[in-house]
Design a protein around this ligand. Sequence first.
Ligand code: ZN
Length: 70
Amino acid sequence: MPIYEFHCEDCGKNFESLIMISSALDELTCKHCNSSNIKKMISATSTQPAQSNAIPAGALSGCSSRSGFS
Ligand SMILES: [Zn+2]
């Protein structure tokens, strides 16, 4: 089933919703504040090449989790 991610312009939160038909997008409202001022997020899986779904190791190693070292 097609699950799309949406971003609410009013409360700034993201939420996911199941969309069966395209016309349902017009009636969709934010799950947090019921606003209709939402934008459909572009799925990350559809915009990236199939073979490059791995995150580069250097992208996540910039911040150490041991910040309390003394
Ligand atoms: Zn909202």
